[in-house]
Design a protein around this ligand. Structure first.
Ligand code: AMP
Length: 398
């Protein structure tokens, strides 16, 4: 399912409607606090400017639930984008209607316009045909560069393509598809996946899909404790996904019968309370006291996991190894981040799947030292589950 890219589309003098992912965090004064997603869209926007197209950008921000709400306005994003592009970025306070029409009609080749949050209209998440057609009016061609939203069939990611003939992949989306699709479909081996984070629920399908595909699957973080419980261990006050206990037992059986090497922590850092300053100690996973909870992987586990990573030629990582937001429980997560940087330097392909692992690798200052940090948390997980993303499927095949 190879898709046409922006390089195959004639952009000169065209109105180029681009779905970007500008779902960025804002502080209480509505300043952008993290502009990674805005920066990630620059190659596509600069290409349109350079080719003399008119870039009309649309995105969602937060969950305004179909209502206008200044807390979720993209206006501050237009300011930040202008600074990054070093040129004027026009902004209209809606994404459909007469004001947009007038502004689009006044645009010259090389101009950039950002439309207001598409989720101010209910039709966006409902993938409403009428709303999609309204949005589609602004584009002679459509470029989807919003990987982080491609797992949702919404008006601006899927519906709009029904009303435009030329629908192509932007540079960011292409990079995501190259790494998450091509690299992981034909991985150089050994291929190792590291999963962590709190909830096992969102990751069951990923685990199922990775059995027999990866050479080694490593599980750390809060989700490991549901597996320990499934093995009959005492887990004290550690995280437990009670509803997924049977599922965890099934997965353990599947791993027993599979070729995939399955690694769980052997020691953990425990504390009585979910607090950074709660006195911590390292113990074997076989001795977790009833009064304590596991909040990070221990040093023996760090060695076990990193030794495995050092042997790998392809690594995908999704989810922290512990409560990395608290200094005292961040060691395991940062050890994985650092080891990914080392194996990348040695020639391995390393992919970090959005969300918390992307935040962790950025905190560690190592985002540039891995092959690819995905901008899409949910989308990258669905990709790893082997699902087709509707926002990608809707684009023109090569
Ligand atoms: P998720 O959204 O499922 O990827 O989970 C990410 C969250 O998992 C992060 O906020 C971590 O603090 C949290 N987490 C990781 N390990 C643990 C643990 N052992 N106990 C509780 N929370 C954890």
């Amino acid at each position: 399912m190879k898709k046409i890219t922006i390089d195959e589309v004639h952009l000169k003098d065209k109105r180029v409607l681009v779905r970007v992912d500008f779902n960025v965090p804002l502080d209480e004064n509505l300043n952008v606090t993290n502009d990674i997603r805005i920066r990630a869209s620059l190659p596509t926007i600069n290409k349109i400017i350079k080719d003399g197209g008119k870039a009309i950008l649309m995105s969602h921000l937060g969950r305004p639930k179909g209502e206008r709400n200044t807390k979720f306005s993209l206006k501050p994003v237009s300011v930040r984008l202008g600074e990054l592009l070093n040129k004027e970025v026009k902004f209209v306070d809606d994404c459909i209607g007469e004001n947009v029409s007038a502004t689009v009609n006044s645009m010259k080749p090389g101009d950039v316009l950002l439309l207001e949050n598409v989720r101010f209209h209910e039709g966006e998440t409902k993938n409403d045909a009428e709303f999609s057609e309204e949005l589609a009016k602004w584009g002679d061609v459509y470029i989807d560069d919003a990987f982080g939203s491609a797992h949702r069939a919404h008006a601006s990611t899927e519906g709009v393509t029904r009303f435009i003939d030329t629908n192509a992949v932007g540079y960011l989306m292409k990079k995501e598809l190259d790494y998450l699709g091509t690299a992981l479909a034909n991985p150089e081996r050994p291929y190792c996946a590291v999963l962590g984070g709190a909830k096992i629920s969102g990751k069951i399908d990923v685990i199922n899909n990775l059995i027999n595909k990866v050479d080694t699957l490593i599980i750390g973080g809060g989700m490991a404790f549901t597996f320990f419980k499934a093995q009959g261990k005492e887990i004290g006050k550690s995280l437990l996904d009670e509803e997924k206990l049977e599922m965890a037992k099934d997965l353990l059986n599947k791993f027993d019968k599979s070729e995939t090497n399955f690694l769980l922590p052997v020691d953990v850092v425990v504390a009585e309370e979910f607090k950074n300053d709660s006195p911590a100690e390292t113990i074997s996973v076989n001795n977790i006291p009833a009064s304590k909870m596991g909040l990070d992987i221990g040093p023996e586990t760090i060695k076990l996991f990193t030794d495995e990573l050092l042997k790998s030629k392809t690594v995908v990582w999704n989810g922290p190894m512990g409560v990395f937001e608290m200094d005292n429980f961040a060691k395991g997560t940062f050890a994985v981040a650092e080891t990914l940087a080392i194996v990348t330097e040695k020639g391995a392909v390393t992919v970090v799947g959005g969300g918390d692992s992307a935040a962790a690798i950025s905190w560690a200052g190592l985002s540039d030292k891995v092959s690819h940090v995905s901008t899409g948390g949910g989308a990258s997980l669905e990709f790893l589950e082997g699902k087709t993303l509707p926002g990608v499927a809707a684009l023109n095949d090569v």
